[in-house]
Design a protein around this ligand. Structure first.
Ligand code: ATP
Length: 305
């Protein structure tokens, strides 16, 4: 049973189509990453899930409620971190944490959360005086303080230094262990790979692929590259004929061979059989980054096809 269900969502701003017939199901306890180019419609989709925008067409259901209509019932279930936090400039970190904790039945300890996010020294600083990264960390603390059943995190770690990013990832992992469902909009492939059970690629307001991170990497056409310097000249034509090889190039003494995982085994076997020693071997596997570039803009791919 999905905790979030979107059917045929369409959103326009004037003549601009921001979301164009989007369907999505998110299972309870899942961390779903949303990836896509700037302007693809990610934030607009998240704002509809948060009940901040009324769907132009189609429907959004969260925990069997309409988040736009049933705002009062949805608020205690949901923690939301948006790109624009929209907090009052004069509110201190402590006051903001206390205010948000009051919205929930069983909130986390705000001071402990502040400590975890490196905000203890700024606890009495007003929001307007915080640095961009501190404002971002506070927004994340406010999204998670209520132990929400559903957390919506839009560009979680944009603008955070590497240490803060890891602190924040730890909190998201804890939320997952607590059974939360998390929607995470991100441009960071490392973050997507590490935290998310599934990734939805959105382009031009539609989902173009949805799968596990490994599934997306596996289905992308981006190949494994094997580069090496042979101990003697090699017949590159013979390498072309090996299982899984899709490309062979020679750059001076070096040979670069592209293909699937099997191509590496096949090439190493062939070279051994022909008494060619392999020097300076380097094998580079395709990454989520490659898969993202490869898959964005393609037709819809789901786990089933
Ligand atoms: N308030 C608005 N008024 C007019 N157009 C808007 C508004 N908000 C978003 N848009 C447009 O709708 C489209 C989708 O925007 P959205 O912010 O949802 O994309 P996004 O995928 O979140 O982008 P980014 O990665 O840059 O945050 C964009 O073309 C954007 O310019």
């Amino acid at each position: 049973m999905s905790i979030i269900q979107i059917r045929g969502l369409r959103m326009t701003y004037g003549t601009k189509v921001a979301v164009d017939g989007l369907d999505l199901d998110v299972a309870e306890g899942e961390i779903l990453g949303i990836l896509g180019p700037n302007g693809a419609g990610k934030t607009t989709t998240v704002e509809c899930i948060a009940g901040l925008r009324r769907p132009g067409e189609g429907s959004v259901q969260v925990a069997s409620l309409d988040p736009y209509v049933d705002r009062t019932a949805i608020t205690p279930l949901m923690g939301v971190q948006l790109q624009q936090a929209g907090l009052q400039a004069k509110l201190t970190v402590r006051e903001a944490l206390e205010l948000y904790a009051s919205f929930y039945d069983h909130p986390r300890d705000g001071l402990e959360l502040a400590e975890r996010l490196g905000l203890s020294e700024s606890i009495d600083v007003r929001y307007a005086k915080l640095s961009g990264g501190q404002q971002q960390r506070l927004a994340i603390a406010l999204a998670l303080i209520g132990r929400p059943r559903i957390a919506l995190l839009d560009e979680l770690s944009t603008g955070l230094d590497p240490r803060s990013r890891r602190d924040v990832w730890g909190l998201v992992e804890e939320a997952r262990e607590g059974g939360a469902t998390v929607i995470l909009v991100t441009h960071l492939m490392e973050e997507a790979h590490r935290l998310c059970d599934r990734l939805a690629l959105i382009d031009h307001g539609r989902i173009t692929a949805i799968d596990s991170p490994e599934g997306l990497v596996a289905r992308s056409a981006a190949p494994t590259i094997m580069a090496f310097t042979p101990s003697q000249p090699v017949d590159t034509g013979a390498l072309w004929d090996l299982t899984g090889v899709t490309d062979v190039r020679q750059h001076g003494e070096r040979i670069e061979l592209a293909g699937d995982d099997d191509s590496v085994t096949a090439a190493l076997g062939w070279l051994a059989r022909h008494d060619v020693r392999v020097g300076r071997l380097r094998v580079t596997e395709s990454t989520l980054d490659d898969a993202y570039l490869d898959l964005t803009g393609d037709p819809v791919l789901t786990e089933e096809n």
